[in-house]
Design a protein around this ligand. Structure first.
Ligand SMILES: [Zn+2]
Length: 374
């Protein structure tokens, strides 16, 4: 590569980096519509080979993950009958190289009709696309960059000046410091349980077995979509507040404990991830996970041990009784406000009203939000 060309590439990269600073990424899901049987077969094969290659390398990373592993033309896969060889001949070298990260569409030279284009705002900049196979069909995940200012305008229109604290829980996934509770426990449906029973009676490997299996996968996708929907609604509700305070990594501990399964079902693990992304648009303050937010009375600051089964916080000192989760949410907000005040990030404080969380005049601008200790 000559020097001039390199210089040009560097320039383009710099320009993009500059532009990205004023943009936010958003991923859109588009469904591929007009796939012919042949296209589908080809795509199926691509995904199959990708899976084989991936599994093969992952099964023995130490020996198989080399700088040449993308050159593999043949892999061994484990079947009920033992190990069998499989050819890798549909995947291009580039695809093989990027196999773990993403799979690009290749070898299908036609225009796709897609469902869902209306979601994408006009002046957004598409950056990359990823092909994803789901039980219900093929999807394109299109990453677009939106103008940050536009996104902020949208948020500001709906925003109140209230700060809010969030407590994440099992029964109600989100409890807010203002007493609001948001729950969306999307249970495994009866249909899913029935299908799983049916599957157990089918002969493994038979046509009916695969038919039932596909139905199960589709049902899973449906449940997953319902959870995603609920999470989206919750996030857009949270965008109305001028500051969000949440305890960092409060989910992590649960995963290790006996709540593991329930936490997964509720899909609240996704909340903190979404909030971290939201933090580029509105101030989100993550309170240290070791702060004793459940034990402290949010009215007087008294601290006591409170058993997990006790849903109400009863303070022996000031006599106040309050829902356990609301109490935590209030404490989380309080800690955030104190920290921010200490750092001089809040302009002025309005009068306190009887033990409630201090209403604050929020002076954090979005530009400054990036400098919050997240
Ligand atoms: Zn108290």
């Amino acid at each position: 590569m000559n020097g001039l060309k390199q210089e040009k590439i560097k320039e383009t990269l710099n320009a993009t980096r500059k532009r990205r600073k004023r943009q936010i990424p958003r991923v859109y899901q588009l469904k591929l519509q007009n796939l012919s049987k042949k296209d589908r077969k080809k795509l199926d094969r691509l995904f199959l080979e990708a899976k084989w290659l991936y599994n093969y390398v992952v099964a023995d990373i130490e020996n198989r993950l080399t700088k040449d592993s993308w050159k593999l033309k043949e892999v061994e896969i484990k079947t009920p009958e033992g190990f069998e060889k499989r050819d890798i001949n549909t995947l291009s070298s580039q695809m093989r190289q990027g196999i773990i990260e993403r799979i690009k569409i290749q070898g299908i030279k036609k225009k796709f009709r897609v469902l869902g284009l209306h979601q994408i705002p006009e002046n957004s900049e598409p950056a990359n696309a990823q092909l994803v196979k789901k039980p219900s069909g093929y999807y394109l995940y299109l990453t677009c960059y939106l103008q940050k200012e536009k996104a902020l305008e949208e948020i500001k229109k709906k925003q109140t000046r209230q700060p809010i604290g969030i407590d994440l829980g099992i029964k109600h996934q989100i409890t807010l410091s203002n007493g609001e509770k948001i729950s969306w426990y999307a249970e495994e449906t009866k249909r899913l349980k029935k299908l799983q029973k049916t599957l157990s009676r089918k002969q493994k490997g038979s046509k009916n077995y695969f038919k039932t299996k596909l139905k199960i996968q589709k049902e899973w996708e449906y449940i997953q979509n319902k959870r995603k929907d609920a999470l989206n609604k919750a996030i857009s509700h949270l965008k109305k507040f001028s500051l969000i305070a949440i305890q960092n990594d409060s989910i992590k501990g649960w995963h290790e404990g006996y709540f593991g399964k329930q936490v997964q079902n509720t899909g609240i693990g996704g909340i903190t991830a979404r909030l971290k992304r939201l933090a580029t648009l509105i101030p989100v303050f993550f309170v240290d996970r070791y702060e004793p937010t459940t034990q402290v009375c949010s009215f007087c600051g008294h601290r006591q041990k409170i058993p997990l089964s006790e849903r109400t916080y009863k303070c022996p000192l000031c006599g106040k009784e309050i829902d356990r989760d609301v109490n935590s949410a209030k404490n989380i907000l309080k800690i955030a406000v104190e920290k921010l005040k200490g750092e001089g990030k809040l302009l002025k404080t309005l009068p306190v009203d009887c033990g409630e969380v201090t209403p604050v005049e929020w002076a954090i601008t979005h530009g400054e939000a990036g400098s919050l200790p997240l």
